[in-house]
Ligand binder design. Structure first.
Ligand code: OXD
Ligand code: MN
Length: 580
């Protein structure tokens, strides 16, 4: 949408009254200056330069460590356009409530004006934003996560299109914290939080909430999906886009080190969090990664779970809310070494296990994708990569089998729409509770999800050969609480079957849930599994599915007549196949 962005910047200056204004150019000198400013103010701690060159630790306010979904709003003119999946305020009311919070909020602070591009330079699918912020931490993170400066300005000048976003730390009080989207105006206002997903406005706010709304209007898709290219022994690369809820291993999967590398199966990283998907002239679905970096969850990342991430974050990295050793090295639970003597926890206190984990469970690393050893040679292709399979996954300790394939695009949309997930530390609130999280987009869809499901159906109908859709679940546990599937690098075995299905060779059996691997179709050679693990990994618990399909129906009903009839038909067919 063409806006007079210079005037908008002027208005933001008048409103927030910064003591100075810095226009970001995205240069290395500027990045170094931002870091230096923060080291001087104490907002960043320099880590051991010999062991972690040019890397820093930021500790955020203990009240400000995760996305706050209950303070996140989608402000459309009509409430039903935001849907039951979003908190809603009328745009005028939202502005009236937030304006006082921005009033003079940058007094004594520097305002950073950050032009940034989401998507590869030169891609017709990339889009520009301008973020205004009073947080140098946000400005530095935007340098790593987006393309700041010239490429964005060029795009704005060429097209006149830009998504403006105003961000201020305000006083960081959760009582005065709001993350507000005006999708019809393509505008974002965020105040009171410095946390990634609330404050790096290119990420969840623009690339998902605003972009999903634009995508619906313009006939493309903005999804919470990683993108990988999987090389196979035939020398083909097959691209897969996979949606998982936050903190469910997307970054690990995006950087998976294949245990079948000797056979020729290898994974290349295109993106770890967000995919923008378009249908090309030939009717093929293609994906770009709008981001330029990774904002990954640190705990659990180790040389055995994600060696590629460990190499990626080795230098030029900003860590947030991890613990630090006496030696100036970052540390977190699951890093693979025991907590050393003298550890300082994420709040800056000598670590005492009585205070909980040393690193916050949602502690993060921010790092440029360019540094990732597994980054795909095609990760910045302007047209994106062709997608042959879409995978939906979530944490379910019971019920959902290791993998199954949808019978059709429409059935796949039902699988995505009905997905349940156990909650994680990426958002504030209880952890481990099952909630509906359709397509892993519940917190990120910038409009009524009833319309979103319809958009999925319409997109499928426009594709010449829609990607096959799969559901996976790496997180099944046995009765004693042990994981049944080893996960991580071994997940390549599931992808091997997915690739075989895409290329027409994979053996499958028809089940009420969809096509499941025929016995022995999943390559388990060399794996040590519990004796009847494969049986448990593919068991169908009809009673459990009765309850689950009831839960889906209850959720779908909240969308009233915006929920597509076609999906009710799929839901009824699923129940019939299950005999429930
Ligand atoms: C993220 C999230 O930061 O999903 O990617 O919370
Ligand atoms: Mn995410």
């Amino acid at each position: 949408m063409a806006i007079d962005w210079k005037r908008w910047v002027e208005e933001c200056i008048q409103l927030t009254l910064p003591s100075s204004v810095h226009w970001c150019d995205g240069s290395e000198i500027e990045y170094a200056m931002l870091l230096e400013t923060m080291v001087r103010s104490g907002a960043l701690i320099r880590l051991n330069h010999a062991l972690h060159p040019n890397s820093f630790l930021h500790r955020s306010d203990p009240n400000d460590v995760a996305r706050t979904e209950h303070l996140t709003y989608v402000c459309t003119q009509h409430e039903e356009d935001a849907g039951p999946n979003n908190n809603w305020m009328a745009p005028a009311e939202a502005k009236a409530r937030l304006r006082p919070l921005f009033d003079g909020s940058m007094k004594g602070r520097t305002m950073y004006v950050i032009p940034y591009l989401m998507g590869p330079v030169g891609s017709p699918h990339s889009k520009a934003g301008i973020e205004i912020t009073d947080s140098p931490y946000v400005a530095a993170n935007m340098h790593l996560m987006t393309r700041v400066g010239r490429p964005a300005m060029d795009r704005i000048e060429e097209t006149g299109d830009v998504v403006p976003g105003l961000h201020s730390l305000g006083d960081l009080s959760p009582d005065r914290r709001f993350i507000v989207h005006f999708p019809e105006e393509r505008l974002i206002w965020s105040v009171g939080s410095g946390y990634g997903g609330n404050a790096l406005l290119g990420k969840k706010c623009f690339a998902l909430r605003i972009a999903s709304h634009m995508a619906r209007d313009e006939g493309w898709m903005a999804e919470h999906m990683l993108i990988i290219g999987i090389e196979d022994p035939e020398g083909r690369t097959t691209y897969v886009a996979a949606a998982f809820p936050s903190a469910s291993g997307k970054t690990n999967l995006a950087m998976l080190v294949s245990t079948l590398a000797d056979e020729g199966y290898r994974v290349r990283t295109v993106g770890d969090d967000i995919a923008w998907l378009h249908i090309d002239q030939e009717g093929q679905l293609r994906a770009i990664n709008p981001e330029a970096g990774f904002f990954g969850v640190a705990p659990g990342t180790s040389l055995s779970t994600n060696p590629v991430a460990m190499k990626t974050v080795h230098r030029n990295c900003i860590f947030t809310n991890v613990a630090v050793t006496l030696n100036g090295e970052p540390w977190w639970e699951g890093i693979g070494t025991p907590a050393p003597e003298g550890l300082i926890d994420w709040r800056g206190r000598p670590w005492d296990p009585a205070n909980g984990p040393a690193a916050h469970p949602n502690s993060r690393f921010t790092v440029s994708a360019r540094q990732c050893p597994s980054v795909s040679p095609h990760w910045e292709d302007p047209e994106g990569v062709p997608i042959s399979a879409i995978v939906f996954g979530s944490r379910r300790s019971a019920l959902v089998p290791l993998v199954f394939e949808a019978r059709s695009w429409q059935h796949g949309v039902l699988i995505g729409a009905g997905m349940g997930a156990e909650t994680t530390a990426a958002a504030t609130g209880a952890v481990g509770v099952v909630r509906r999280d359709p397509m892993a987009m519940l917190p990120f869809c910038g409009y009524n999800m009833g319309d979103y499901f319809r958009h999925w159906l319409e997109m499928g109908a426009r594709m010449k050969k829609p990607p096959k859709i799969f559901r996976v679940n790496w997180f099944l546990k046995d009765l004693s609480g042990m994981f049944l599937w080893p996960g991580y690098g071994e997940n390549i075995r599931v992808f091997k079957w997915i690739l075989e299905r895409v290329h027409g060779t994979g053996k499958a059996v028809d089940t009420p849930l969809g096509a499941m691997p025929a016995p022995d179709a999943i390559d388990t050679h060399g794996l040590t599994l519990q004796p009847d693990a494969m049986k448990q990994l593919f068991a169908i618990d009809r009673g459990g599915w009765r309850v689950a399909t009831d839960g889906m129906a209850e959720f779908f009903r909240t969308f009233g007549d915006r929920f597509p009839q076609e999906l009710w038909t799929e839901h009824a067919a699923l129940r019939k196949r299950l005999g429930v």
